[in-house]
Design a protein around this ligand. Sequence first.
Ligand SMILES: [Fe+2]
Ligand SMILES: [Fe+2]
Length: 134
Amino acid sequence: MNIVWLPSFETGIVDIDDDHRELVEVAQKIEKTLARGDVSMCLTLFHEFMEQAARHFEKEEIFLKSVDFPRLESHRAAHLRLLEMGKEALKTVEADHGHEAARKCLEEIIFFLLEDVIKADAEFKSYAQKKGLI
Ligand SMILES: [Fe+2]
Ligand SMILES: [Fe+2]
């Protein structure tokens, strides 16, 4: 599988798009690391990814609050679920350094990206467009 950044991922909100791009970059690094079979590096990168994601979610929630996004609470709940999923994936890889666990960790990351960047964030993109914010 190849993780690529697509123009359709852009929300039009520069700060948020920059974060999303950075998250995709780390996911790409993890993919390459995994292809080399370097599970401990994959783990280090996954930690980094989770920290970045947590900071990004926090920043995004502040933005959504500032524009009175009506579905902020459910968006926040989705972020929390994603962080929990990521933590579970981390635990799996930490408990079993095998290639299979690392591959699973990569899958979780991809799911993460798709859930937040493509699906969930598209919702506030259309809201911001309607409000003339972007
Ligand atoms: Fe989000
Ligand atoms: Fe996001």
